[in-house]
Design a protein around this ligand. Structure first.
Ligand SMILES: [Fe+2]
Length: 228
């Protein structure tokens, strides 16, 4: 699957974006030492904390939605490797929900979910793919594609949340969020591995068989078929 290359490119882009954001926020913090800017800076740091807490509610909703969506994806999958990868990621996701509840506790806040429009869209897209694709290798390939889009969204979110937590001096929370970030990267890597070692090969073989059958049909019926 080419999506791995794209993921790396996106990762690089997101890395740059995060680095830029961190620099901007560091500038806010530095300017706080200057008395004339102190009031504005303190507002900006407070604003960043608000954005951080809001984004935590967003990913909390997203993870809980995934706990419901992953079993449906597993039911629709055929490949044993894919089923195992999805089942493993379900237990990881349940752990991530609990980890986020720990984060809220460390912040002295009640864990509250706020609807994540992006994750809702990604899950809807996954459901659409499962309905449209025939059961078997093609649907499996579609599930992997949808799953990797979800993972990339979560990698971007946890990456940014880690950067925010660092700036806000929430070191214990940084460690927790980094654990989830690592798990999302591992899940993305696992899906690439399943696609490359199993699904794509089977799908290509299936296509080749279909082409052979079409050629045979053409010969048998006496018609000439041009196959690309
Ligand atoms: Fe997750």
């Amino acid at each position: 699957m080419k999506s791995n290359e794209t993921a790396q490119q996106n990762g690089a882009l997101k890395g740059n974006t995060n680095a830029k954001s961190v620099k901007q926020i560091q500038t806010i913090k530095k300017s706080a030492s200057n008395n004339s800017d102190a009031k504005n800076s303190s507002n900006e740091v407070q604003g960043l904390r608000g954005l951080f807490e809001d984004s935590l509610k967003d990913i909390y909703w997203a993870e809980k939605a995934l706990v419901k969506a992953l079993p449906k994806m597993t039911k629709n999958a055929t490949s044993k490797e894919l089923i195992t990868a999805l089942q493993d990621h379900l237990s990881v996701t349940i752990g991530q929900v609990k980890r986020l509840e720990e984060v809220f506790e460390l912040l002295g806040k009640t864990a509250r979910a706020k609807k994540c429009d992006a994750m809702e869209g990604l899950i809807k897209e996954a459901e659409g793919i499962m309905e449209e694709c025939e059961e078997g290798v093609v649907r499996d390939a579609g599930i992997i594609m949808a799953g990797q889009k979800v993972e990339h969204y979560e990698i971007a979110t946890y990456g940014t949340l880690c950067a925010f937590a660092k700036i806000l001096g929430e070191h214990e929370i940084v460690s927790l969020l980094e654990e989830s970030l690592t798990e999302e990267k591992e899940a993305d890597g696992k899906l690439t591995e399943v696609a490359e070692t199993s699904i794509n090969i089977q799908a290509a073989e299936g296509d080749a068989e279909d082409d052979m059958e079409t050629m045979e049909d053409g010969r048998n019926s006496g018609r000439t078929k041009k196959l690309m």
